[in-house]
Design a protein around this ligand. Structure first.
Ligand SMILES: [Zn+2]
Ligand SMILES: [Zn+2]
Length: 204
């Protein structure tokens, strides 16, 4: 554990379980988003009692609200901040969590078909532009970041779906493709039919 991430252990064991404060330096890192916490930004410390001592693990207050609201609520309940510290009303943080959950729920499942909102996207299979309002199919392609592998959404022409599904790094399965496409797409079913016809027959 890097030293700047955990506040130095103190001999007095009586640290409160939470500490909400304005960051005293820019050296701490948020345990939720992994980014640095700028000086004077509100941060929530959650006490960790480990074998090497006791200290706070920090989170941006807003990150904590989105991902571990119960800790934020407990910190507010325990008044884990100095008198006079300007903290947002709890309701504002609760609303952040709701918004974050909504965004997660709306994140689309792949694959699906949609109309290109502009003419700027390119087909990741053939490399040619996808016209504005043309149907495009969004598939999952495997992309690695360091030693992590993730599914990244890519846009392809309906006619290029077949070739893309055969490529090695495609993470969308041929099996059940059409059923999933229909289930995940929000376009009218006659439009999805059009896309399915353009995609052609896929061999599972
Ligand atoms: Zn953060
Ligand atoms: Zn293409």
């Amino acid at each position: 554990m890097a030293e700047e991430d955990v506040q130095a252990a103190t001999p007095e064991p009586e640290l409160a379980p939470y500490l909400l404060e304005s960051a005293r330096s820019s050296r701490s890192k948020c345990r939720t988003c992994r980014r640095k916490i700028d000086k004077d930004t509100l941060r929530l410390g959650i006490l960790l009692e480990g074998p090497f001592g006791t200290g706070y693990l920090w989170h941006h207050l807003t990150c904590a609200a989105r991902r571990r609201l119960e800790d934020v609520e407990a910190a507010y309940e325990q008044q884990a901040f100095a008198d006079g510290l300007q903290v947002p009303p709890l309701a504002e943080l609760q609303a952040l969590k709701e918004k974050a959950e909504q965004a997660r729920a709306e994140r689309k499942e792949l694959p699906y078909v949609e109309r290109a909102p502009s003419g700027r996207s390119k087909c990741k299979n053939c490399g040619k532009a996808i016209d504005q309002d043309a149907l495009r199919v969004v598939l999952a392609r495997e992309v690695s970041f360091g030693n992590q592998v993730r599914a990244t959404p890519i846009n392809v022409h309906p006619e290029c779906v077949h070739a893309e599904l055969e490529s090695e790094d495609c993470m969308t399965e041929v099996d059940g493709f059409e059923a999933q496409l229909r289930q995940n797409s929000t376009l009218e079913s006659s439009v999805v039919d059009e896309a399915v016809a353009a995609i052609g027959v896929l061999e599972g």
